[in-house]
Design a protein around this ligand. Structure first.
Ligand code: UDP
Length: 237
């Protein structure tokens, strides 16, 4: 696989062309950011941990019939993925109240949400990823009604699989963000699933094991990601 030019540089990953127009290489960097890029740092090993963590999760989702752009690991920090036409919205499911939900609605962190909530956000750092709904997505042509329905269905399907996977490892899946893209007329899961884009609490102690450790200056950020990986059985070697 020939790696070509860098096409896109995100806050934590870079995307490269390959000799196959249908495939990209995604490189996970050690860079991390929060608050729409307002807080930045470099955390040793993060790129490799998230790359391998994501490969593990995408494999579990594929086993459950949920398809993503992920094809295979290429190196410690690189994965081969399908080229998707990304839909510019973020899909968030919450099982327990935390983060922006608490700020927006004044609910207490830790409140159980039954049924879980579903939210769309526009992917736009300059606008601070505002919350949007189906009608905005249709009015601005970001996705079709069928694609909206599919994103919602897949995001909840992911919840069923991953809530159990994490709980079996003694971890609560509090919330998570997914992004989707189009591939030959189908909606596939894109981007990544790692502790950078979800909240994970130790089921016994409530200890935060995700990016909130960085957001809230709790320390041992990557050590927590590695602990989650270890409990799940992710091969980090
Ligand atoms: N999230 C993300 N990227 C974003 C916004 C949110 O990965 O740009 C994730 C975040 O890590 C959390 C979930 O989506 O797991 C819900 O985030 P929330 O709306 O509570 O926003 P936050 O408190 O992170 O600003």
């Amino acid at each position: 696989m020939q790696i070509g030019k860098e096409l896109y540089t995100g806050k934590a990953k870079s995307v490269f062309a390959t000799d196959d127009p249908e495939r990209y290489v995604m490189r996970y960097r050690d860079d991390t950011s929060a608050f729409d890029g307002g807080k930045k740092a470099s955390l040793a090993r993060k790129g490799a941990v998230n790359n391998k963590f994501n490969a593990f999760i995408m494999g579990k989702l594929a086993e459950a019939g949920i398809l993503s752009h992920f094809e295979r690991l290429l190196s410690d920090t690189e994965s081969l993925v399908k080229r998707l036409d990304m839909i510019p919205v973020e899909c968030v499911v919450r099982n327990i109240a935390a983060g922006s939900l608490c700020r927006r609605l004044g609910v207490t962190e830790g409140t159980e949400l039954n049924p879980p909530t579903f939210e769309f956000f526009l992917k736009n750092d300059a606008l601070h990823d505002p919350m949007i709904n189906d009608s905005h997505i249709l009015a601005f042509n970001w996705a079709s009604a069928a694609e909206i329905a599919r994103m919602r269905e897949l995001t909840f399907a992911v919840n069923t699989v991953l809530k159990k996977l994490f709980l079996d490892a003694g971890i609560l899946l509090v919330d998570y963000k997914l992004e989707f893209g189009r591939y030959h007329g189908e909606v596939l899961l894109g981007d990544e699933f790692s502790p950078d884009g979800c909240r994970l609490w130790d089921a016994k102690t409530g200890e935060k094991l995700d990016k909130d450790r960085f957001r809230q200056d709790l320390g041992n950020v990557i050590e927590a990601y590695e602990e989650v990986a270890r409990r799940l059985g992710v091969d980090l070697s």
